[in-house]
Design a protein around this ligand. Sequence first.
Ligand SMILES: Cc1cc2nc3c(=O)[nH]c(=O)nc-3n(C[C@H](O)[C@H](O)[C@H](O)COP(=O)(O)OP(=O)(O)OC[C@H]3O[C@@H](n4cnc5c(N)ncnc54)[C@H](O)[C@@H]3O)c2cc1C
Length: 481
Amino acid sequence: MYTRVDAEAVTRLAEIVGSANVLTAGEAMAAYTHDETPMLTGQPEVVVKAGSRDEIVAILRYANERRIPVTPRAGGQGLSGGAVPVVGGIVLSVERMNRILEIDRENLMVTVEPGVITGDLHRAVEAEGLFYPPDPASLDSCCIGGNVAEGAGGPRAVKYGTTKDYVTGLEVVLPSGELLTLGGKLVKDVSGYNLVQLMIGSEGTLGVITKIVLRLLPLPKASIDLLVPYDSLEQAADTVSAIIAECIIPTTIEFMTRDTVKACENLMGKEVPFSDATAKLLIQLTGQRQEEVEADMDRVGELCLDHGAIDVLVASDRATSDRLWEARRLIIEALKHESPINHMEDVSVPRANIPPLIRGVDEIGKRIGIRALCFGHAGDGNVHVNLLKCDLDEAVYEERLEQARGAIYDLTLSLGGTITGEHGIGVTRKGYLPQALGDVQVALMRRIKDAFDPHHILNPGKIFMKRRAAPCPARCLGMSQ
Ligand SMILES: Cc1cc2nc3c(=O)[nH]c(=O)nc-3n(C[C@H](O)[C@H](O)[C@H](O)COP(=O)(O)OP(=O)(O)OC[C@H]3O[C@@H](n4cnc5c(N)ncnc54)[C@H](O)[C@@H]3O)c2cc1C
């Protein structure tokens, strides 16, 4: 179905971007064979680092004519394999397109290229007293283009929402090479279907994003953090509901279970406060005025104690706050320390259903014989279930992993949830999409894909299985599309 990248293609791509920006040697391309998804690689035939929108127009026009597959890539930090070239072809990297084009104070908007590192954007706007809230934990390595294509979230989603709530305009190159300008610096815009939102979370399958306009907020001036240990998950979850019911919206409400805290202790080689607590909440309150934030803190502290908290530790300065957050920030590293191979699930349920989800995951892990550790975003119901290989034999791990994933998805859906809250479908969850959405919705999405990309050259092998299939067998972490 697809044309292989031949000498003529390499010559044409070098004419477009300059030969220094075309990689064909195995060693040079090694970094582009994977993202951060474990056990998933794909070999590109060529890597092209585009420097401008016009270059991307020319690359896609050529690839479309010759039916060469193209996999867009930004920071390569994805956790569902979206940037992995599972059918070969061209990896189209936007890493060189990393300029912040304009910070517009009058409109409170910023215009950026897709290769801007998210943390760099945060620092640039914060230097002007402005605020871009979405904060994926990978923010110092991932890019805004990847965040938009994945619809990335982060701990601050409780109060501020996710990437989708900040994108007002996009410039997109279609697989045919045609250029779309969608939205703009607009607060209101209802002209026709909302194609801006359609592009968000489209995982590089509909078009390549070349410019992004984002809404900004005033930078909060006051901030207080609370660390709250509990003897039971239910008490922690009830506290979250009580805080929200009181109409106090913290910036973040993160949770950690005892096992994840213990993993952090193992990595850090020291004890963390209340490490034997069954569950811990980390709550951050922010606002423009110190008195308001302190009033919220007093009320949240009372609610925590009313709902059975063992204690409430408060940090109002940076050093103490860093100590409270230390273990939470190290979780992913700590889990890698426990087991270098660790498959992270990303299920999301209504907030109040976090306790039955976590108890169910624990039961599934014990029944199937795989270590399952949970942490995540209690304030928005997004739970990261980590399925650790530890010392299991590879084949045994893969078999149990797929059994556990199927059971966790069944449980999540039965609790009114969804199979991914922020990491996307990509390669690793595509076998489960029909189970999650139903055949009618998947068929409609396929027709949208056909309309944008009739020859399916853009990011093939992602989101959809090639044929209808039973839930993903172990080997679907590989190549089928
Ligand atoms: C340690 C760690 C912590 C993480 N924490 C979070 C978190 O808190 N929240 C969260 O949401 N995610 C998190 N992630 C996942 C990941 O960082 C996000 O999905 C992020 O948005 C990926 O951005 P990226 O620039 O690395 O994109 P890539 O991995 O390069 O690409 C992601 C997808 O976007 C597509 N794409 C890239 N650029 C473009 C473009 N210009 N046009 C069209 N499509 C494009 C790719 O084809 C791919 O499908 C984490 C990952 C790690 C490793």
